[in-house]
Design a protein around this ligand. Structure first.
Ligand code: PEP
Ligand code: MG
Length: 838
């Protein structure tokens, strides 16, 4: 766009004005990024030269862009090579998307530090949108003084739309040490501008116009990111070829030729990822490539296109209903039910209809609307919501194919296939033919994604988060997938294959035996009983748990009961749900209901929250509920309605302060009084924050029980995001630091006569059972399908031995040593007697 009247840009700093030609850096002096000025600063606060919106601020705080309402875009870059300081010396005062006034402080910087540690302090102000200007000052300037006057002009519109059929490059790994910061981004954008095609750079589901420097910087890429280039237009093919080569060479920066993150590639014969579903398989590579769909942009007339969209939606709803009916488990059915709800999302439909009103075709309108919403989810900075973007893309494709009349043909797969894909959709996963597919490997996805849940339900070994190199493996190549270790062996030897095949057979036989004996109690050989209960999120799961020998519910994740609702369930509906679950359990079994654990990785559509910079350290769990006490009060009331049908326990999540427990108990007592209950249910807390574990002796007198959430306890103890794909192998609950906090908690609880459970994923690991029992844990609340395995493991142990091994591992240095010690113990006890086939 073009400014309608001359615009004055103010000096962002005080200092000495220099012409751009004087800057000792060709990227700036050659004006590749844009024309402008340079200031040798004497002040230390960078201020806005114009009013507008912060279109990008680099995480490292050294560069910021502002776009005004007329499309004028100005980039401010403090110092040269300051990206290498990784944020040191800079304090950001504004956030991306924020509106700022001319003269407002944007970034403060420590001039001494920057001058000493970077190449130069020279600061650039560049008009990247391309308007010509005249300079209003010279020599020494003061911050806020008028500096440039922009003339209205035909600015180059680089924000062209990608229309027609786009070609996509193969995914490639970004080699630049500091990602695509200003300099390489400028080189890339400049090269893209040399082509007529509309070109986009993609990072997961985020896309940037490749001709816009600011859009590329806004992708906030880092080394090791998987990127793709797409182009549409006459020279698309040439553009992709040139730009991919440029990216691989570092866009003007020196880079190593092998640019894989060390964590994901161990050697040329082994690719590392994260276990999404356990097990192992030996088979042949089958690359999964979905063909691009040709989508006409313009429709015939609005009424016809509306009808086409309505038909597509109806057909998709019916297909999803059939899939729910045929689902082989509650998890699978739930996923397709959630997909069905997405089809009814009013915002999504509104967007599609407004595109139809603009003359677009049904396919185009629907595709645009789903992509835009998926992008919104992806950009939310919230892992769980980002994973729902994959569900939306999946259901979007389903409807799209129905509108276009494309038959979803079953893949023609060879025997013993190990599927390799950038990403599988939940629909693709659910429809895999398990007679032919032995497992799969994906570049994207996470261990908590719906695809992972489905793979576990199908018993298919799978790993995710693998380097994009895997997409280059030849079809038919024989590979060994060891999902338990998160590994894909590219050159497996016969001994490895035989060993894993034998182990897999043993595991299958053992599992059959454990399920047959699931109703036996979990009592060690020397007579110590451990309660094995279930982690559940629905009534169906409770029923399933009981058939598998579950002795109660140790964790009802109440926030998952109404995950996809946009409006809060009524108090009656909530009470009905808790009562139905309590009735299913009966008065002899424990029901531990955890109050809403919203925030962090768990958004809840009907509890809207402000975006947070650090959601895991923000308003999570009990903190949010105490900030909105009505929410907690209403939930307590609904839970209390189920008192008497089961042994009711209420559990508070994310407690870090004693005062939180006191405040929640007061509300609970008031609600119990209002309902005229004579007896209060048991009240306990999750131990998932180190402060609660370390102060367990202070909490213990005020609770009836503790349940240790090892997922969060691990992330907060080791300061590692529980969903970070690159930290997945280090954020290990077997770390002695986590085990020591468990030991502290149990000791404090038992000193006050209170029981302790573990409901985090560590309890579902057979390897961890000896150490947890040895530390004195009284209850293991585990994922439903694993109940028989965990009970069987307990039956093969001796409490006295467990106490010895527990003491031993607490003294080790790292998680890997703990795992190794427990593996040896496991092999010597649990695995000594092979199960034989009958
Ligand atoms: C945990 O943190 O270990 C836990 C059980 O809670 P969630 O996984 O639901 O956060
Ligand atoms: Mg938790």
């Amino acid at each position: 766009m073009t400014p309608s009247k001359p615009l004055e840009l103010l000096a962002p700093l005080s200092g000495v004005l220099l012409a751009l030609d004087k800057v000792p850096d060709p990227v700036f002096s050659s004006r590749v990024i844009g024309d402008g000025l340079c200031i040798d600063p004497t002040s230390q606060t960078l201020c806005a030269p114009l009013a507008g919106v912060i279109s990008n601020i680099q995480d490292s705080g050294h560069a910021v862009s502002i776009t005004d309402d007329n499309g004028v875009q100005v980039l401010l870059h403090i110092g040269l090579d300051t990206v290498n300081l990784a944020g040191q010396g800079f304090t950001r005062r504004v956030q991306e998307g924020q509106r700022v006034e001319a003269g407002q402080a944007l970034i403060e910087f420590d001039a001494d530090y920057v001058a000493l540690n970077a190449r130069s302090l020279l600061t650039l102000m560049l008009v990247v949108s391309g308007e010509p200007f005249s300079v209003l000052a010279s020599g020494l300037v003061a911050s806020g003084q008028p500096l440039l006057q922009l003339s209205p002009s035909e600015a180059i519109d680089v924000m062209d739309e990608e229309e027609g059929e786009a070609l996509f490059s193969k995914p490639l790994t970004l080699p630049n040490a500091n990602g695509l910061h200003a300099r390489p981004a400028a080189v890339f954008a400049q090269a893209a501008k040399g082509f007529k095609a509309s070109i986009y750079l993609h990072k997961q589901t985020q896309s940037a116009n490749a001709k816009s420097l600011v859009a590329i910087m806004a992708l906030q890429t880092v080394k090791g990111d998987t990127l793709q280039v797409s182009a549409a237009g006459e020279d698309a093919e040439a553009a992709i070829k040139a730009l991919v080569a440029l990216l691989a060479q570092g866009c003007g920066e020196a880079v190593a030729t092998v640019a894989e993150p060390a964590a994901t590639v161990l050697s040329a014969t082994l690719l590392k990822g994260v276990c999404a579903s356990p097990g192992s398989a030996f088979g042949q590579v089958v690359q999964v490539i979905e063909p691009e769909l040709a989508i006409p942009e313009h429709g015939t007339d609005e009424a016809t296109e509306r009808a086409a969209l309505a038909r597509g939606l109806l057909a998709a709803t019916e297909a999803l209903r059939t899939l729910q009916d045929k689902a082989c488990g509650s998890a699978q059915a739930e996923i397709f039910r959630a997909h069905q709800e997405l089809l009814e999302d009013p915002t999504l439909l509104e967007q599609a209809h407004s595109l139809l009103a603009d003359g677009k075709s049904a396919a185009f309108a629907w595709n645009r609307a789903t992509l835009a919403t998926a992008k919104l989810f992806q950009g939310s900075g919230n892992a769980l919501l980002a994973e729902r973007a994959a569900d939306l893309a999946d259901v979007g494709q389903r409807v799209l194919k129905l509108i276009l009349g494309i038959q979803d043909s079953a893949w023609d797969l060879p025997e013993r296939a190990i599927l390799i894909a950038e990403q599988l959709t939940p629909s693709q996963t659910a429809s895999l033919d398990t007679r032919k597919v032995l497992g799969f490997v994906t570049v994207g996805g996470g261990a908590t994604s719906h695809v992972a849940i489905l793979a576990r339900a199908l018993g298919l070994p799978a790993i995710c988060g693998v380097s994009a190199d895997v997409l280059g493996l030849a079809n038919g190549k024989q590979v060994l997938l060891d999902a338990d270790k998160g590994e894909l062996h590219l050159e497996p030897n016969l001994a490895e294959i035989e060993h894993l095949e034998a182990a897999r057979k043993q595991q299958a036989l053992r599992h059959q035996r454990d399920v047959a004996q699931a109703s036996l109690p979990a009592t060690t050989r020397d007579g110590h009983h451990v309660e094995v209960t279930a982690n559940v999120a629905s009534l169906q799961e409770v029923e399933h748990a009981l058939t598998l020998g579950g002795e109660g519910v140790g964790l009802l994740r109440s926030e998952f009961l109404y995950l996809d609702r946009h409006r809060a369930p009524s108090p009656e509906e909530q009470a009905g749900t808790y009562t139905a679950i309590a009735r299913a359990l009966g008065s002899e079994r424990n029901l531990v209901v955890r109050t809403l654990d919203v925030g962090g990785d768990k958004p809840l559509a009907y509890v809207p929250m402000d975006a947070e910079t650090n959601p895991f350290l923000g308003l999570r769990g009990i903190r949010l509920c105490l900030e909105r006490p009505e929410l907690l009060r209403e939930q307590f009331r609904a839970i209390l309605a189920s008192a008497g049908f089961a042994r009711l326990h209420i559990m508070l999540p994310m407690v870090s302060l004693l005062s939180e427990l006191h405040q929640a108990r007061k509300i609970l007592e008031e609600e119990a009084l209002a309902l005229k209950l004579t007896e209060l249910p048991k009240l306990g807390i999750m131990i998932e924050v180190p402060s609660a574990a370390l102060m367990a002796d202070v909490f213990a007198p005020h609770v009836d029980f503790f349940s240790i959430g090892t997922n969060d306890l691990t992330q907060y103890t080791l300061a590692m995001d529980r969903d970070h794909p690159r930290l997945a192998s280090q954020a290990d609950s077997f770390h002695p630091a986590v085990l020591r906090l468990i030991a502290t908690t149990v000791k404090a609880a038992h000193a006050h006569g209170k029981w302790v459970g573990v409901c985090g994923a560590l309890a579902s690991e057979a390897l961890a059972v000896p150490v947890l029992i040895g530390l004195g844990v009284d209850e293991l609340s585990v994922s439903v399908p694993l109940i028989p395995t965990i009970k069987a493991t307990v039956r093969e142990l001796d409490l006295a031995d467990c106490q010895i091994i527990a003491r031993q591992v607490l003294g080790l240095e790292e998680a890997s040593q703990v795992r190794e010690a427990l593996r040896q113990y496991h092999a010597a006890t649990v695995e000594t007697s092979p199960v034989v086939e009958h």
